[in-house]
Structure formats: structure tokens, C-alpha cells
Design a protein around this ligand. Structure first.
Ligand code: SF4
Length: 237
């Protein structure tokens, strides 16, 4: 089976545990205001590749993965191509290569469940804890990501919750506290990652002629991230 990828990053250390190959999938049904990869949205773009060929690219790097690393599929929204990724992850599982799925949790069906069966760890982007913000800036109901998280709990998946901290939008102490409360409700959540909002994507938006909704917001400072990290650690300890 073939799938559509946007790009392949040989070795990364910020998308899941250990050293990882990262595959950015092409296509996303959402249009998040904070999106860093608008060039992954259009499913008709990207590069077509077979599951076996992609697996070969990943497996060539396996000596770097060690015990905790492996492959992470990101995007775009990987769940749009769950059948293709099930084939890929099945090859990875047979070869003992760890698998991670970086997702917004916006799709859940039987095909996704089959993919989750072969997924070692889910990096779930929990974008906002405020319900109105979720709808306003993601265009999806927050209940959908909650439902996805409940499924991950039932399946006993390892989960990391991730949230991009966007100044003036979700950078308040209350928001971080709410995220921690959500994490504490689910024993499958191993940790929370707070990620700083950056605007490196501006060039991509300009090149594509797409308006970037958060263009005028400041990037998240190191001080802000350190303060929120301290609050998070105090609650989660
Ligand atoms: S789900 Fe990810 S790729 Fe899709 S629009 Fe949102 S941030 Fe961008």
C-alpha cells in the first residue's frame, strides 16, 4: 500500500522518547490557528511512498534508536492515513522498532483502533483546556480529544500530552492547572510536555498566501516557559 508523506527527518530527539526517525505525513482535516505546518494540509500534495520503502528508510537508522527510540509519525494528521500506517507499524513491530504517533486525536474509527494496537506511545496534542478556545482556534469540539484520550486509557496506551503555549491565549496559570487536572484523571498519561509558541512558520504561510491567525502574537519566552514548567511540576509530583 502507498501513503503520502510531506517529509522525512532522519534523526530527531524532540518527538517522543530517545532518538527517532520522524515522518511527517501529508494531509490534515483541521486548520488550527497555531499550525506550524500549513504545507502539510493539502492531501493532494506531498510524496507518494510505499510502506515497505518507508520502512526500509526507517530501518536503515535503527542502530541509532537504542532501547527507547524508534519512529514517530507526525504531520499533518497521521490518522488520515491509518491503514497505510498500520502496514508500516506492523513492519516496525516485526523488526522490534518502537512506534510513536503524534496526533490531534481528531479521528477515531476501527482503522485507527487497529493502528493504535501497533502504536507504543501516543503524543496527543491537547491544544487548549478552554472549550471555547478549542472550537475557535481548532475548529473541533474539545470533547473529541477527550473521547480519544478515554479510548487511549481503555487501550492502556502510553500517552504524553502536549500543548503549545501561546502568549495571551493559553499561557495562564489556570490553563496549565486545568491541563494537569486532566492528565491526573488518566493513568495512561506519563507526562505533559509544554512547548513554546514560535513563529518560524511565517515564511511558509507567506509563500502559500495563507493568513497566519497568530502572526501578531509574541513568541513564548524562556521565562514564561520556566514559570509554567515549575507550576506543572509542582502539581504533577
Ligand atoms: S492538527 Fe496539526 S497539522 Fe493539522 S492544522 Fe492542527 S496543528 Fe496543523
Amino acid at each position: 500500500m502507498t501513503g503520502k508523506i510531506h517529509s522525512f527527518q532522519s534523526l530527531g530527539t524532540v518527538d517522543g522518547p530517545g532518538v527517532r526517525a520522524v515522518v511527517f505525513m501529508q494531509g490534515c482535516p483541521l486548520r488550527c490557528a497555531c499550525c506550524h505546518n500549513p504545507d502539510t494540509w493539502d492531501f493532494s500534495a506531498g510524496e507518494e511512498i510505499g510502506a515497505q520503502e518507508l520502512f526500509s528508510k526507517i530501518s536503515r537508522l535503527r542502530s541509532y534508536f537504542g532501547k527507547s527510540g524508534g519512529v514517530t509519525v507526525s504531520g499533518g494528521e497521521p490518522l488520515m492515513q491509518s491503514e497505510f500506517l498500520t502496514e508500516l507499524f506492523s513492519l516496525c513491530a516485526s523488526a522490534g522498532i518502537g512506534t510513536a504517533l503524534d496526533t490531534s486525536g481528531c479521528i477515531y474509527n476501527e482503522s485507527v483502533e487497529r493502528l493504535l494496537d501497533l502504536t507504543d506511545i501516543v503524543l496527543l496534542d491537547y491544544k487548549y483546556t478552554d472549550t471555547a478556545d478549542y472550537e475557535k482556534y481548532v475548529g473541533m469540539k474539545r470533547e473529541r480529544v477527550d473521547l480519544f484520550l478515554e479510548r487511549l486509557q481503555l487501550l492502556q496506551k502510553r500517552v504524553w500530552l502536549r500543548q503549545v503555549i501561546i502568549p495571551t491565549v493559553n499561557d495562564g496559570e489556570t490553563s496549565v492547572r486545568r491541563l494537569c487536572e486532566i492528565a491526573k484523571k488518566y493513568s495512561c498519561v506519563e507526562k505533559i510536555e509544554l512547548l513554546p509558541f514560535r513563529k518560524l512558520c511565517l515564511e511558509k504561510y507567506d509563500a502559500a498566501g495563507i493568513e497566519f491567525g497568530f502572526r501578531n502574537l509574541p513568541e513564548a519566552s524562556a521565562e514564561l516557559m520556566a514559570r509554567l514548567e515549575r507550576i506543572k511540576n509542582d502539581i504533577m509530583e
